[in-house]
Ligand binder design. Structure first.
Ligand SMILES: C[S@@+](CC[C@H](N)C(=O)[O-])C[C@H]1O[C@@H](n2cnc3c(N)ncnc32)[C@H](O)[C@@H]1O
Length: 208
């Protein structure tokens, strides 16, 4: 069974906690925009319902799709969305407004890592979805700021299967490989790569 087949099958079982999420899923397809998709979205929603993070910082938010799944699971607290593209961030703002979600959303435009460095808060969760070549650098900057029990969630750990092919050498694939090495070997975190869609990692901070 191919991963794509599994994804399609799982997608038939997704239930949307808000009708706007279905609309935004369809919009991603129509725009050919790389959202995390409903299977990962529902997983993050479930995690958020279970853990109830109060402060979430997402690096690479696009039009707010993955952030909205998480925000609906949080119910209350604060979520920071970042994107270098002001038009996408404006769409994200409109989508959050339309959803009526109760969390306070902040929209930070510019380089997500620079925004994260400038921000002085303590995140319960950080969600990483920027250029893959920058994942290792992002890891080094995020982990020291996570409190014990804090989550680092990252998308695209399979990078469309490229990480599995040893002959595939390019900056993005190497970035995902280096990031994977870090999350799986660093004693400060306990990580699992969940094989949903393009692979999503959950790393929990367990040591200083
Ligand atoms: C794959 S999309 C993810 C969207 C979102 N996480 C979702 O699943 O709905 C990645 C987004 O990150 C943005 N991005 C990539 N690198 C970035 C960076 N260094 N700083 C800010 N935004 C970035 C892109 O403009 C794009 O909108």
């Amino acid at each position: 069974m191919e991963l794509q087949e599994i994804e399609t099958y799982l997608q038939t079982w997704v239930s949307y906690p808000h009708p706007l999420l279905k609309e935004l899923t369809d919009r991603g397809k129509a725009m050919n925009f790389p959202i995390m998709g409903p299977v990962v979205g529902q997983f993050l929603y479930q995690l958020a319902r279970l853990r109830r993070p109060k402060v979430v910082f997402e690096l690479g938010s696009g039009y707010g799709y993955s952030a909205l799944w998480i925000a609906l699971g949080m119910e209350e607290g604060e979520i920071y969305l970042t994107d270098k593209d002001p038009r996408l961030l404006e769409m994200a703002r409109e989508n959050f407004q339309k959803s009526g979600v109760r969390v306070t959303a902040h929209f930070l435009q510019g380089d997500a890592l620079e925004q994260f460095d400038r921000w002085e808060g303590v995140p319960d969760w950080v969600v990483l979805d920027i250029e893959k070549e920058r994942y290792p650098e992002a890891y080094d900057r995020i982990v020291p700021r996570l409190p014990s029990g804090g989550f680092l969630i990252a998308d695209n750990l399979f990078w469309m299967g490229k990480v599995l092919n040893p002959r595939q050498i390019d900056p993005a694939t190497e970035g995902v490989r280096a990031f994977t090495r870090k999350i799986m070997t660093d004693p400060r975190v306990l990580s699992t790569i969940v094989p949903l869609r393009d692979g999503v990692s959950i790393s929990v901070k367990v040591g200083a």
